[in-house]
Write a protein that binds this ligand. Structure first.
Ligand code: UDP
Length: 337
């Protein structure tokens, strides 16, 4: 990649799945990294370098201390609750964490003159889109509290930018998957809710089948279609987005996906190929809050930031996930690290 100068980053939620891959990429590039994570979901062992602080993203006093001690060029925020199904049952927790506490983080940034921000947003802001692939200019209409919690914070960023010096990039992730090819960090949610790690629990001997949530969706094989993107390609997009802001660029919103959709059944078949295991599947009811199909157009970030995904094949993505899970069958709690 192009030569770039070094900067200092606060990575909120950097002990989580995607944040930990961004921390690793930044540390490897020689940037200064401070990770803030309350470890409610994240893992200390996932943070591969830089300074680590245990704390809450809504703790403005702690944030003030961080911003006073370390000049921060850019804040990246990964510290959100992320489960669509759970958000339907626990909306208030989602709005408090993903919207209210993020507003506290933005207030602390404003108080201390920190004015560049990268948001982990989501394809869930689009709800049940009218056309595929989805472009950033398409209407947002979330179908679940998780998507709303992110759409609200995008609106808050838009308003804060108009009133203050803030500049931001909102990155609307499609389906993050895979693991760093080193096999040292990867996805470790407790409980796990995402398709690929759950499928891989079958060959790991941790579940006897995978449930397919709905086979009557209006898709070619009746199962939901998603656009899977490798976590390191997401990490690279964050670094490019930060560089845009650090170079004086304007705020922006970008989709991040590989621009091809794969059904739940196809993902299970690919996992069978990768693992050599039969992986029994059982049909189950639809999961509340799901959309039939979510596929990105990522043309905007490709054109504006030169982002190109290195992994555009879900089988290669599943292979990296399988390497991580085989080496760490219990995630970060024992079993290999
Ligand atoms: N899914 C499934 N069985 C599972 C977990 C997920 O059929 O055990 C489906 C889910 O309904 C969705 C797709 O897999 O259609 C991807 O779900 P995931 O939770 O990984 O990501 P999301 O699309 O919700 O961000």
């Amino acid at each position: 990649m192009a030569k770039r100068s070094h900067h200092s980053y606060l990575i909120v939620g950097g002990a989580g799945y995607i944040g930990s891959h961004v921390v690793k990429a930044l540390v490897e590039r020689g940037d200064q990294v401070v990770t803030l994570d309350d470890l409610s979901k994240g893992h200390r062992a996932a943070v591969s370098g830089g300074q680590f602080i245990t704390g809450d993203l809504g703790d403005r006093q702690l944030l003030g201390e961080i911003f006073t001690t370390t000049p921060i060029d850019c804040v990246m925020h990964f510290g959100a609750y992320i489960e669509v199904g759970e958000s339907v049952h626990k909306p208030l927790e989602y709005y408090r964490n993903n919207t209210a506490k993020t507003t506290d983080l933005l207030l602390a940034m404003k108080e201390h003159g920190v004015d560049r921000f990268i948001l982990s947003s989501t394809a869930a802001v689009y709800g049940e889109p009218q056309r595929m692939p989805i472009e950033e200019t398409d209407p947002t209409a979330p179908t679940n509290p998780y998507g709303h919690s992110k759409a609200f914070i995008e609106q808050i960023l838009h308003d804060a930018e108009a009133a203050h010096d803030l500049r931001y990039v909102a990155l609307r992730y499609f389906n993050a998957a895979g693991a760093d090819p080193s096999g040292t960090i990867g996805e470790a949610h407790h409980p796990e809710s995402h398709l690929i790690p759950l499928v891989l629990q079958v060959p790991l001997g941790q579940r006897d089948h995978i449930a397919i949530f709905g086979t009557d969706w209006p898709t070619p094989d009746g199962t939901c279609v998603r656009d899977y993107i490798h976590v390191n390609d997401l990490a690279e997009a964050h670094i490019l987005a930060a560089q845009r802001l650090l170079d004086g660029g304007d705020s922006a919103t970008y989709n991040l996906g590989c621009e091809t959709g794969y059904s739940v059944k196809t993902i299970i078949d690919l996992a069978r190929e990768v693992t050599g295991h039969a992986i029994p599947a059982q049909e189950a009811p639809r999961r509340p809050g799901d959309s039939a199909t979510l596929v990105a157009s990522s043309a905007r970030i490709k054109a504006e930031l030169g982002w190109t995904p290195q992994y555009d094949d879900p089988k290669a993505i599943i292979e990296t996930a399988w390497r991580w899970h085989q080496g760490h069958p219990r995630g970060y709690e024992g079993g290999g690290d």
